[in-house]
Ligand binder design. Structure first.
Ligand code: GAP
Length: 514
């Protein structure tokens, strides 16, 4: 039987096995900052590689870019971030803790959802096979009461956000009797707007220079917009075409929390797809489906869903999230936005430079419309670990069972693809043969040579970091040049010839089936 992983289990596993460490830990850490350890950086690079290949390598009309993090401050004026990149913040007067007002309300809604789910689980147990979930949720008075309560609060929240109504946000918090999670106090300040951009002084003469404030970019997208003409001219791409970029972004989040879900420094993988005005909804739907397929190729469909935005950002005429079922529930993993011509037109207006495209097919110049796909690399990392983390009973050599923790992640993403294990460390003929196999395979993919401890313990270590294939070198290997390969998920073992290893391994770790 598999056990459900808690957030705590995942965080401690990530630390123990070198995926993620708290930042500056010897100084007690910096809140919501994390460092990626040896296995973490491998997994992160593999996710980047999966995204980059599926965007840039597989699409003739998408090209890459790596823009600077620091950009001219006017970029953020034009994009609207200086004036409108705000979150509604509220302080608790007793605990002096600061919160995002909308998040406090969303958490309240999640609690009602949990109550509904508990009722359903209880009833499913009570009624067994005869349980009809649909009938239960549409007739049970307690469930109906909670659904009505939840929908009512959600509707008020959506309206308040849509209308930037800070007074109403406070009213919802008061009406729902939401208490400070830290102190339990219900004494709140008014709700105020808080700009999320980090600013800094630029250059050695910073304090004397005027307009010397620059911002750490809160999204990578603007680096793409301001390079639209450069890229178009350099590559002779024709609309529709896309520019893809992976890079760091920074947001002074009011509360950064839930491990690497919401951080102040994070990484985005964004693609801006430039299209003919009027064709944006066609491409919006295309990318909506293409991105869902990308996720489904490495994650189960039931952990993924779409969520259409109620409140559209200042630049969008349509937007949705692809949500993933994290240990805390369904949350945004990727955003797909139809950004109209907002960004290019604003940069055109403020810079005075023409950012247009002459379309030879219709013989017209226009500012292209943009469909954006934007995924947080760290969130994808979190999703991969959370989905893969499994604790289960497996048969042991004594006829009983042992518990193992295994990361069942897609082999293409696994930090180590193959572990090479001599049966005994004390037999030089086995270790030198194993080294030969290691040298053969290390040029093909990421391998790890491990001779320490009993073979069972070595298997568990590899399971814990998600290594899909273990290759064991034993005494038969010395006779017939064959090895045992063990499958991480099924535990099945196969005997194969060493010269077949490269092809078999390449087949097992191949690019996900999109
Ligand atoms: N260019 C559009 C844009 O930035 P967004 O929805 O604000 O849109 C896109 O962000 C993605 O970036 C999100 O879906 C999420 O995966 C990731 N992201 C945003 N804020 C984050 C944070 N504070 N920590 C980690 N990831 C974050």
């Amino acid at each position: 039987m598999e056990k459900k992983a808690s957030l705590k289990d995942i965080i401690s596993h990530c630390k123990e096995y070198g995926f993620i460490f708290p930042s500056s830990e010897i100084y007690d850490g910096l809140s919501a900052s994390y460092d990626y350890g040896p296995n973490g950086v491998q997994l992160k690079n593999n996710i980047k590689d999966y995204w980059w290949k599926s965007m840039v390598q597989l699409h003739e009309n998408i090209v890459g870019l790596d823009a600077a993090i620091l950009m001219h401050p006017k970029v953020w004026k034009a994009s609207g971030h200086v004036d409108a990149f705000n979150d509604p913040m509220i302080d608790n007067k007793d605990s002096k803790k600061r919160y995002r007002a909308d998040t406090l309300i969303e958490d309240y809604i999640s609690k009602i959802d949990n109550k509904i789910e508990k009722e359903v689980t209880k009833a499913a147990k009570r009624f067994g096979d005869a349980f009809d979930k649909e009938q239960f949720v549409t007739t049970n008075p307690r469930v109906l009461k909670n659904v009505a309560k939840r929908d009512g609060v959600q509707e008020r929240l959506n309206k308040a956000l849509r209308e930037d109504d800070l007074v109403e946000l406070k009213n919802i918090i008061v009406d729902c009797e939401i208490a400070c999670p830290d102190s339990g106090s219900r004494s709140w300040t008014d709700v105020r707007q808080f700009n999320l951009m980090f600013s800094m002084q630029f250059g050695a003469l910073a304090s004397e220079a005027e307009n010397s404030v620059v911002y750490l970019r809160p999204e990578t997208a603007q680096g793409i917009f301001v390079n639209f003409l450069n890229v178009k001219n350099a590559t002779r791409q024709k609309v529709p075409f896309g520019i893809a970029q992976i890079g760091k972004a920074f947001r002074n989040e009011i509360i950064a929390r839930q491990f690497i879900f919401r951080m102040r420094e994070f990484e985005q993988m964004e693609m801006q797809f430039f299209v003919r005005p009027g064709e944006e909804m066609k491409w919006y739907n295309y990318w909506k489906e293409a991105r869902m397929k990308w996720h489904q190729a490495v994650h189960p469909s039931e952990k993924l869903r779409y969520h259409d935005h109620e409140k559209l950002a200042h630049y969008a005429n349509a937007a949705l999230d692809i949500e993933f079922k994290f240990p805390m529930g369904f949350r945004e993993l990727e955003g797909i936005h139809s950004r109209t011509d907002f960004d290019l037109s604003s940069h055109q207006d403020l810079s005075g430079k023409k950012l247009q495209y002459f379309d030879p097919e219709i013989k017209e110049s226009y500012v292209p419309y943009v469909v954006e796909t934007s995924i947080g690399l760290d969130r994808m990392f979190f999703a991969v670990i959370a989905n893969g983390y499994t604790t289960e009973q497996v048969p042991n050599a004594k006829g009983g069972t042992d518990e193992r923790t295994v990361l069942k992640i897609h082999p293409y993403l696994a930090p180590v693809k193959v572990a090479i294990l001599p049966l005994l460390k004390t037999k030089p003929e086995l270790t030198s043969k194993a080294r030969e196999v290691f040298d053969l395979l290390k040029v093909i993919t990421d391998c790890q040579y491990d001779e320490k401890d009993a073979i069972g313990r070595r298997y568990r270590r590899q399971d814990a970091i998600g290594t899909p294939i273990c290759v064991t070198i034993d005494f038969d290997t010395l006779e017939d040049n064959t090895v045992t390969i063990r499958n991480r998920d099924t535990l099945e073992q196969e005997r194969i010839a060493i010269d077949q290893l490269p092809n078999i391994i390449l087949e097992k770790i191949k690019f996900p089936n999109l």
